[in-house]
Design a protein around this ligand. Sequence first.
Ligand code: THU
Length: 142
Amino acid sequence: MSWTRDTLIAAARDAARSAYAPYSNFHVGAALGFADGSVVTGANVENASYGLTLCAETVAVGKALSEDWRGGLEAVAVIGGKAGAVGSGDPVTPCGRCRQMLNEVAALGGSDPAVWCVGKSEVLELRLSDLLPRAFGPDSLG
Ligand code: THU
């Protein structure tokens, strides 16, 4: 069975339950939806050395690339919030590093995935190319 916008958002919400975020207490989940119907999720992973934190989207991309997904990225759902209040604030948009990480997977298949950023009263429906215009990607290396 394939994913839908609702199931991808639900997968991101579920992933956020596994966040390791004892320092910020801000739990984020991300879900990548692929053309073959697969979903790969990630949650943020913090570290006592704060700057080493990995965002949920970056974890999801790392999982996907290390499990052989190459391109076919059609949509991304992101949700976050304080523990116990995930999804109850403003929509969480991917940070700059995560936009670049997402672009790597997307570029491998030439897609421009939808990015669904979930908030309390709205889901921002964006495109990765809007979040990261004129991206540097695999083709930029010549
Ligand atoms: N975070 C994400 O996981 N994804 C984002 O797009 C924004 C921020 C995480 C990193 C850190 O663990 C916490 O949210 C607070 O910044």
